[in-house]
Design a protein around this ligand. Sequence first.
Ligand code: DSN
Length: 443
Amino acid sequence: MSYLKKTDHKIYDLIKLEAKRQKEGLEMIPSENYVSPAVLEAMGSILTNKYSEGYPRKRYYGGNDNIDEIELLAQERAKKLFKVEHVNVQPYSGSPANLAVYMATCSPGDTIMGLNLPDGGHLTHGWKVSFTGIYYKSTPYHVRKDGRVDFAEVWKLAKQYKPKLIWTGATAYVYQYEFDKFAKIADSIGAYFAADIAHTAGLVISGVHLDPVPYAHIITTTTHKTLRGPRGAMIMVTKKGMKKDPELGQKVDRAVFPGLQGGPHDHTTAAIAVALKEASGASFKKYGKQIVKNAKALANELIKKGFKLIGNGTENHMCLIDLVPNFGPGGGFFMQYALDNAGITLNKNTIPGEPASPFYPSGVRLGTPALTTRGMREKEMKKIADWIWEVANSIKDYRLPKNKEERLDYLKIFRKEVKKNKTIERVKKEIKKFASTQPTFAW
Ligand code: DSN
């Protein structure tokens, strides 16, 4: 970054500080990862200079011969890796990709169905404040107390409301997505079935998560989570999708451009192509498998320490801790803040049947994709569970005030006390010493 250092010291310094944070801490937000230097190089390349509205060989601007080859490579690699018929690699990220699915399959006002947001679903699967819940009639399904999708309810709602589009996929869900069950329901009412595998794409291609391809019509994924690529997304149409509507691929393409987006981010497309090549190698399969082994090990250790986990474990890359036994309702904030100060990054999250609120939820969500990229294994998961327990124990007397007016002052005091907490100070030092020796990418 020699140029940046000379021309914009403030940004240079902030990037350096963020690099230090990423090196010295433990990144446990399950949707984050560390990309390879090759992905970074493609992303930081001169491809950002180009405009390429349209698709390969059908552009609205000249000078796109090289860009065409790059986008075709990305498409071909994705098709081969996921075994799908059609791929669009242009969505700017997961949310725009999902919007394109609506545009390709529904008309405004149509009924749609997805997992309720506080139950672990995604904003774009029909949550009320999202475009998708405002412009479509959303009939969300929920999870049971154990955190598993309530398929009896999905059947009931599907028969009652006959949605045109059914989503599976989640942001906080510790079980595998049961694509076959959703497909049966969607097929019985002639609905489109879209699988949003943003969180699990890297697990699917590693063979440690069920494969949506035989069941879904459309698959969306971000490229920066377990897939370990740049921030971006892809929309894939399966053979089943093509059979339902032979024009589905074109409809998806038209929805992305010109429907929702302008010029594709060619530097991102190139980085997606690089990430897909990396994900095609044997070492990536080992990586995907290790993510799940680590998550299971972490879950076991957390349970042994005394935490209550939704689902009593995990089937994928993440754990969801129910903190009600530790802090009463609303404990997620305390844990996120205290662990942040100790060098462990995770996020507060709602739990099934959330007794508090989405802003002060009663759980935390944590996962292993980023730690696994850094080479950590089961042994390290034990160490990390110990640290998490120590931090939780050191703040165990805090409770979220029931009276909303008292909350701000109470949390201010909590934050101040965390800064002086000796256990957190020590754990932070231990984590820094340990994490600094770990690489921040996998070769
Ligand atoms: N923000 C993503 C996550 O953390 O799961 C979902 O879009």
